[in-house]
Design a protein around this ligand. Structure first.
Ligand SMILES: Nc1ncnc2c1ncn2[C@@H]1O[C@H](COP(=O)(O)OP(=O)(O)OP(=O)(O)O)[C@@H](O)[C@H]1O
Length: 642
């Protein structure tokens, strides 16, 4: 069983008596625990709604088996209420894992405080200076190896080094995968420096940070230690964690930190290659189990959809037709029968399905499984009963069915779903085709982003070559009015192109108007430009959809318009991240910068490729000419392994 190392709780901001927040912490812990074996040792998510939303994450040491990781998270979650009763945030460090929660977003940014260094007050190395130098050299090396991993990938490295013939140094450095390599490296270096100062030749030490772990420990040599003359005794059984002899150094006192970075220094026990092999086998087993649990027999899908009967067809999109189905246990499903031939092999298809199926968030449509039989490639989703957002917001009659509180809730829900795709999940996903028709509404009008992960599932497809006259042409992402200028013109996409699309969505939801003017070169005033002008003239509320009647809350509408305009700024760097957007939407006390005048451009599509005819900023200051900009793949979602 993993040993508790240290816990750090907020003190000033207790929420005594706020049962809702406490209940949300419990929900959060159960989400984290459910995901403990699935996400390669790191997972972050949030639970429930503002004002009682709670953000949380866990990080398990990179060498800890998923089941031990889960046990460690469960343990930390069980003790957290006792260690930190009624606290708004807390971090609990165990030898094998770290659990953290907060009432503020703690995702994807470095938190440098609080830092805790731990070491035994006995057990000093016989040559402390040489030992310290060795620790310094080893930690430097593993700090750079751990931080080398790209954003989202596991940032973890270990090393064994001989101190004496009888004594081996075990070191481990790890950062949460959601921070950048630069931040990870810098933080690890600082943590090592501090740890060396504090432990000063001690043979074991832990550097605990919100975003990193650092562990160091010496023990006998890995194989057959000599029977006698150990210069340093190996740790007594059961004493490898914090004991009464452990000295605690809290380097920085609490002040509201925002992020979790963790350093754990060296630790014993990465030696048994047998153990590693056993672990790998178990991983393979769990992959096969995951595949099996997601597999649907074609006969079951045929029965559920009445053999893909016309009456069951609920729509068709760029990837094929969608049918409603009912399983024998009464569960309603949406069956997407893929028509796209991607050339992707069955293995690859299955692998991607498993990855995407792992993504779970209340604002994402859940992928339940797949079917690969005969020539069929089918995806099975949860059925979302209320159609897509575009059915409501652009229809003069149905617009009335969505009042302001509902639209506001929808905006916030989409933002959270997108944030999860960008930074909260184990796969970083750029949605690339966010639009009103891809937002489905459930029975409680909770928005769910659909179709994410399609690029990977169906493989990459080369550029569209759909004639302009074809009805399918209007389905091109660049034609839908949601495509950012840099994506449309230069083919560059990033999280910030999704932020742009989200900004357009906000404006469409508020205004009840489509932003389709990009497709028609005659237009000069697209939706963002129109809204920007109205806001500048002091009439932001004038853009609001009249169907909202008097259901609206003026401050909220104005704030949403403001945030929407920030998201559609020409310079991707100037657009906020989704984490910032979620924060701005959830807290009216966050000050919003002034939006720059929005970009607009005239785009045409020739031979299926967006080719730029003109592109300029609304301030008419920047003009970029590029006649051959292409988007060479139309995959609608991009996944990056973490
Ligand atoms: N999980 C689901 N539950 C209920 N209806 C769904 C579900 N998924 C898709 N649909 C419906 O099926 C129709 C087609 O969806 P699909 O996602 O294939 O295409 P699209 O979003 O219209 O276009 P594109 O493929 O370009 O994104 C949509 O009208 C949508 O409302």
């Amino acid at each position: 069983e993993s040993k508790l190392l240290y816990s750090y709780c907020s003190n000033a901001t207790t929420l005594t008596g706020n049962g809702v927040y406490a209940a949300n912490i419990n929900h959060l812990f159960s989400y984290l625990s459910t995901n403990a074996t699935e996400h390669d040792g790191f997972f972050n998510t949030n639970a429930e709604q503002e004002p009682n939303m709670v953000y949380g994450l866990f990080l398990c040491c990179g060498d800890v088996h998923p089941e031990n990781c889960r046990d460690c998270i469960n343990l930390a979650a069980a003790v957290a209420p006792q260690l930190c009763p009624n606290r708004t945030w807390a971090i609990i460090w165990y030898e094998e894992c770290m659990l953290r929660y907060s009432n503020q977003s703690i995702f994807s940014s470095m938190a440098e405080k609080p830092r805790v260094d731990l070491w035994h007050d006995t057990n000093y190395a016989p040559e402390p200076e040489r030992f310290n130098r060795l620790v310094g050299t080893v930690m430097k090396e593993i700090a750079s190896r751990a931080s080398y991993a790209t954003l989202g990938a596991k940032k973890f490295a270990t090393k064994e080094a001989t101190f004496t013939v009888f004594q081996t140094l075990y070191s481990l450095a790890q950062c949460t995968p959601d921070i950048s390599s630069e931040d990870c490296y810098r933080c690890l270096q600082d943590a090592v420096r501090d740890l060396l100062i504090h432990t000063n030749g001690n043979t074991s030490g832990f550097g605990l940070h919100p975003s990193l772990f650092n562990k160091t420990k010496t023990a006998g040599p890995p194989v057959s230690p000599p029977e006698k003359s150990l210069l340093l005794p190996p740790p007594a059984p059961g004493k490898k964690g914090m004991s009464s002899q452990m000295v605690i150094k809290i380097v920085v006192p609490t002040v509201g930190f925002l992020v979790l970075s963790t350093i754990l220094c060296c630790f014993p026990g990465w030696k048994a290659s047998k153990k590693l092999i056993a672990r790998r086998n178990r991983y393979d087993g769990s992959k096969i189990r995951a595949l099996k649990s997601l597999q649907f027999d074609l006969s079951i899908i045929e029965a559920a959809t009445n053999n893909f009967a016309k009456v069951n067809k609920i729509g068709a999109g760029g990837f094929g037709s969608v049918y409603k189905g009912i399983l024998t246990d009464g569960q309603e499903i949406a069956v997407k029968r893929l028509s796209t031939s991607s050339g992707q092999g069955a293995d690859e298809f299955q692998t991607e399905v498993v990855l995407v199926a792992k993504l779970q968030h209340r604002n994402l449509v859940k992928l339940l499984g797949y079917c690969l039989e005969r020539k069929e490639r089918i995806l099975v989703y949860e059925f979302v009963p209320n159609k897509s957002l575009d059915h409501f917001i652009f229809d003069p009659e149905k617009q009335r069915q969505l009042d302001w509180p509902q639209r506001y809730k929808i905006i916030k829900g989409i933002a959270r779903g997108l944030l999860y795709l960008h930074s909260d999940s184990r796969l970083k996903i750029i949605r690339r085709d966010l639009k009103a028709s891809n937002i489905l509404l459930d029975e409680d009008i909770i928005p769910k982003i659909s179709d994410f992960g399609m690029a990977k599932i169906v493989g990459r497809i080369k550029a569209y070559s759909i004639p302009r006259e074809s009805p399918a042409h209007s389905k091109l992402p660049c034609c839908s009015g949601y495509m950012s200028p840099e994506y449309a013109v230069l083919g560059r996409f990033s999280e910030k192109s999704d932020v742009f699309s989200f900004g357009i969505l906000i404006l469409e939801i508020v205004c009840g108007k489509r932003n389709t003017s990009f497709c028609h070169s005659a237009y000069t005033d697209n939706l963002p430009t129109y809204v920007w002008r109205q806001r500048k003239n002091g009439k932001p509320i004038g853009v609001m959809n009249s169907a909202l009647g008097d259901s609206y809350v003026s401050n909220e509408v104005v704030r949403c318009i403001h945030i929407g305009l920030l998201c559609v700024q020409e310079d991707p760097e100037a657009r906020p991240t989704m984490a910032r957007v979620v924060l701005m939407l959830s807290s009216s006390s966050v000050t919003l910068p002034l939006p720059q005048r929005t970009a607009f451009y005239f785009g045409t599509i020739t031979e299926g490729k967006p080719s730029r005819t003109d592109y300029k900023s609304d301030q008419s200051t920047s003009m970029v000419s590029s006649s051959s900009a292409t988007v060479n793949e139309t995959s609608l979602t991009e996944l990056f392994p973490r």
